[in-house]
Each structure stands twice: as structure tokens, then as C-alpha cells.
Ligand binder design. Structure first.
Ligand code: GLN
Length: 193
């Protein structure tokens, strides 16, 4: 039986991830409530605004259940804001009371809006371990990774920083494969389930 993948649908580009997962051959559904979270085998956290998603996770009483499922080994993939949330530690996490809360699913330290200081958004072709040919990566007020734990595999780098990482069942990219039409990164995640 194939895995049922949830896409966290509180804010951000949920629809693009649902489409990408469907095109990658997966069953994908939105997750907004606790019951929906409990019903999926894996979760995608979309790009968007990590501080807003954290606020909504807290308000909807989803933060602790989500942390519990991730601690229990639920596979997850996060792009951009999703990468930020999956991290162990977030630098420049936002104003007190409005900060992005780390879900601590992958042992990395990320800096929010890291590329933003130099240039808000940019695109480029990057090598990605496990994929043939380059991946066109779109960065939009993207984070980068400043520290990786010993069990974290770096799959891609840009500007000297890791921008795609994996630890066991958890994958994270600082860029947005969901908006380029190239389904290889989603397929990598789907095929790992
Ligand atoms: N800067 C956003 C954040 O902090 C992420 C941007 C994105 O997902 N494109 O969550």
C-alpha cells in the first residue's frame, strides 16, 4: 500500500506541494487538524512564513502533537519555511511572541532570511546528490544552514552553505522545487517512504 502524505495547510504554498506530490505519484491530502495529522504516514511543510505557521500551530494546538509524531520518526519534507521549522535551532527566529518554533526533526541550525540580506530572491542551477543533472533552485527570502549535526547528509549547497539536507526520514530544502515543475525532489521523498 502506498503512503498517504499530508501537506500542512495552515499557510504557504500548500497547493503547489499537493500538485507536486500527485504528479510524483503519491496520495496527498491537506492537514489542518490533529485528526488529519494522526491519519497521515508522512508530512510536507510548505514554503511560506515560518513565524505565521508557528503561530497557527500554537493556536490550533498542533505544535506538541506534530513534535511528538516527528520524534516518533514520521518522515517529513520541508521547503524554505518548512526547512526552518524542521530544524533543531533557528537563528533570527523573529520577535518574541511571534518567533518561529523549531520542531527539532533534523539536527541543523538554520538562519532565517539568510540570503535576504544580500538579495531577496534568486534562482540558480545546483547539483543535488542522488539526482542526475542540475536542479533549478528558486530561493525566496530563503534560509541557509549554518550547522549540520554528524548524522546529517548535505545534498546541495549554494553560496557556500548547505541548502538541501537529509537525516534519516527527514528531508529539507531552502529552495522551492514545488514551483518549478521539476518533480525529482518530491519523487526522491516519495520513493523514500
Ligand atoms: N522567510 C520565510 C520564513 O522565515 C521563508 C520564505 C519562504 O518560505 N519562501 O519563514
Amino acid at each position: 500500500m502506498s503512503a498517504r502524505i499530508g501537506v500542512l495547510a495552515l499557510q504557504g504554498d500548500t497547493r503547489e506541494h499537493l500538485a507536486a506530490l500527485h504528479e510524483a505519484g503519491a496520495e496527498a491530502v491537506t492537514v489542518r487538524r490533529r485528526g488529519e495529522l494522526e491519519s497521515v504516514d508522512a508530512l510536507v511543510i510548505p514554503g511560506g512564513e515560518s513565524t505565521t505557521m508557528s503561530l497557527l500551530l500554537r493556536e490550533l494546538d498542533l505544535l506538541d502533537p506534530l513534535r511528538a509524531r516527528l520524534a516518533d520518526g514520521m518522515p517529513a519534507y520541508g521547503s524554505c519555511a518548512g526547512m526552518i521549522l524542521l530544524a533543531t535551532e533557528i537563528l533570527d527566529a523573529g520577535a518574541a511572541g511571534r518567533q518561529a518554533d523549531p520542531l527539532k526533526a533534523i539536527d541543523i541550525t538554520v538562519r532565517r532570511n539568510a540570503f535576504g540580506r544580500q538579495v531577496d530572491s534568486f534562482e540558480g542551477d545546483i547539483d543535488f546528490t542522488g539526482l542526475d543533472g542540475s536542479v533549478h533552485a528558486v530561493f525566496i527570502r530563503a534560509p541557509w544552514v549554518e550547522r549540520v549535526g554528524p548524522d546529517v547528509e548535505i545534498l546541495a549547497t549554494a553560496a557556500g552553505h548547505p541548502v538541501a539536507v537529509r537525516q534519516g526520514p527527514v528531508l529539507a530544502t531552502a529552495f522551492h522545487p514545488e514551483i518549478t515543475g521539476d518533480r525529482r525532489v518530491h519523487k526522491l521523498f516519495v520513493d523514500s517512504l
